[in-house]
Ligand binder design. Structure first.
Ligand code: ZN
Length: 134
């Protein structure tokens, strides 16, 4: 059974391994949300954080075409790396799939795509989060 590559950022829902949501924290003092783990609010330094479900959709804020991947990159090259803004504010960097870069426009809606990739250290596949045009 594949598991989330990072359970602090991607929560898998359901048994199929294809459904999930991004998670993070929201500051009870100032309302700012962050993606992934946090111990205090980087905006107001409050420690009063609550875990939140950040959903599975966003808008394309910026993107780049990566021709020289990091070592161990398991996917195709070149690939598109998209910076996506979530409705509650945080930005999430991940590959954009199922499209050509010429299909992309800044501000377009994108949705979360969960894919299983082989674990680098062996063992069960890991579920990673990517974006695709909505
Ligand atoms: Zn705050």
């Amino acid at each position: 059974m594949p598991e989330s590559v990072d359970p602090r950022r991607l929560k898998i829902t359901g048994d199929a391994g294809t459904e999930g949501t991004l998670i993070g924290f929201r500051c009870r003092e100032c309302g700012v949300s962050v993606f992934g783990p946090a111990t205090f609010c980087q905006s107001c330094t409050s420690f009063d954080l609550e875990p939140v479900d950040l959903g599975r959709s966003g808008t394309l804020f910026s993107y780049t075409v990566v021709r020289i991947p990091p070592a161990g990159w398991p996917g195709e090259v070149p690939y598109i790396l998209g910076q996506v803004e979530l409705p509650s504010g945080p930005q999430v960097l991940a590959e954009v799939i199922d499209c050509q870069h010429s299909d992309l426009t800044i501000g377009m809606p994108v949705e979360l795509a969960i894919q299983a990739v082989p674990a680098q250290e062996g063992g069960d596949d890991k579920l990673v989060y990517k974006w695709r045009p909505a």
